[in-house]
Design a protein around this ligand. Structure first.
Ligand code: CP
Length: 308
């Protein structure tokens, strides 16, 4: 039997395929906006969406993506299912594989995703774990390229917490060949294994102890919430105050630099209202692009011959 085409992480997918998914997402968006004849390559297919954590964008964008492609999606909140009573990811995978054509999971622990994928006979998609958020990065690269052209060779600055989204930006730097400057306080720096992976891949990832150095001349400034779901209550968020993206910080970036944030945002913490609601911000395009990125990922998993 052919193994299922999972979408688990940027680190496990070849650069050429990731490039194809970004281009496909942009093409699918253009086709939708041009209002041509609808194509339904996923007609009759069903996607299960498992959530161990809350979501707005990931849930809605996957549901809408399936509808636009002619398929169906159903949501399984873990607290309303046997998952919260201890049914294993392996057993859940084996059962759901008999019902649906693909499974997306937002998991508290990356190991849950890995176990699900190991036992599922249908494709499994990573909708965020404690280690990575690869669907988000397909939408983010799309958004950068819509506004600023090819991301290859450009400079992206990440400010704030060295969290799962930052780790996925590191993977993206290796896969899409751009420079990533990480401005994170030392105690909240990225996991050492992620940085070691980037080094082994030859990625251009620079650690910047000062926010000002990270953003100098950057084409794009990115941040994320300081308090993610599942964070320890004693997380030292005071250390992050020097890494807030505000007007003074954006003024150091390149003249046409854009601002990205995967959302939800807390104005006055990781970003000032003046930046997220200002002219450099493309966060609403970024959120919109989640739908088209999900369509590209779903087509790769379920009907690669229909990828544009
Ligand atoms: N960015 C993101 O994944 O948003 P949600 O948590 O709302 O899904």
């Amino acid at each position: 039997m052919t193994p299922p085409r999972h979408f688990l992480g940027l680190d496990t997918i070849e650069p050429a395929l990731l490039r194809r998914l970004v281009d496909a997402g942009l093409a699918l968006k253009r086709a939708r906006l041009q209002g041509g004849a609808e194509r339904h390559p996923l007609g009759g297919k069903s996607l299960a969406l498992i959530f161990e954590k809350q979501s707005t964008r990931t849930r809605v964008s996957f549901e809408i993506a399936m509808r636009q492609l002619g398929g169906d999606a159903l949501v399984l909140n873990s607290n309303e299912s046997q998952i919260s009573r201890g049914e294993t990811p392996a057993d859940t995978a084996r059962v759901l594989s008999r019902y649906v054509d693909a499974i997306m999971i937002r998991a508290l622990r990356h190991e849950t995703l890995s176990e699900l994928a190991a036992y599922a006979s249908v494709p499994v998609i990573n909708g965020l774990t404690d280690r990575s958020h690869p669907c988000q990065l397909i939408a983010d690269v799309m958004t950068f390229e819509e506004h600023r052209g090819a991301i290859k060779g450009r400079v992206i600055a990440w400010l704030g917490d060295g969290n799962n989204v930052a780790a996925t930006w590191v993977q993206a730097a290796a896969r899409f060949d751009f420079t990533l400057r990480l401005g994170c306080p030392a105690p909240l720096r990225l996991r050492a294994d992620v940085l070691a992976w980037a080094k082994a891949e030859g990625a251009r990832v620079e650690l910047c102890p000062r926010a000002e150095d990270a953003v100098e001349g950057a084409d794009c400034v990115v941040t994320d919430t300081w308090v993610s779901m599942g964070d320890a209550p004693d997380k030292p968020i005071d250390l992050l105050r020097a890494f807030q993206v505000n007007e003074a910080i954006m003024a150091r970036a390149a003249p046409r630099a854009i601002f990205l944030h995967c959302l939800p945002a807390t104005r006055g913490q990781e970003v000032s209202a003046g930046v997220i609601d200002g002219p450099a911000s493309v966060v609403w395009d970024e959120a919109e692009n989640r739908v088209h990125a999900q369509k590209a990922i779903l087509l790769y998993c379920l009907a690669p011959e229909a990828l544009p």
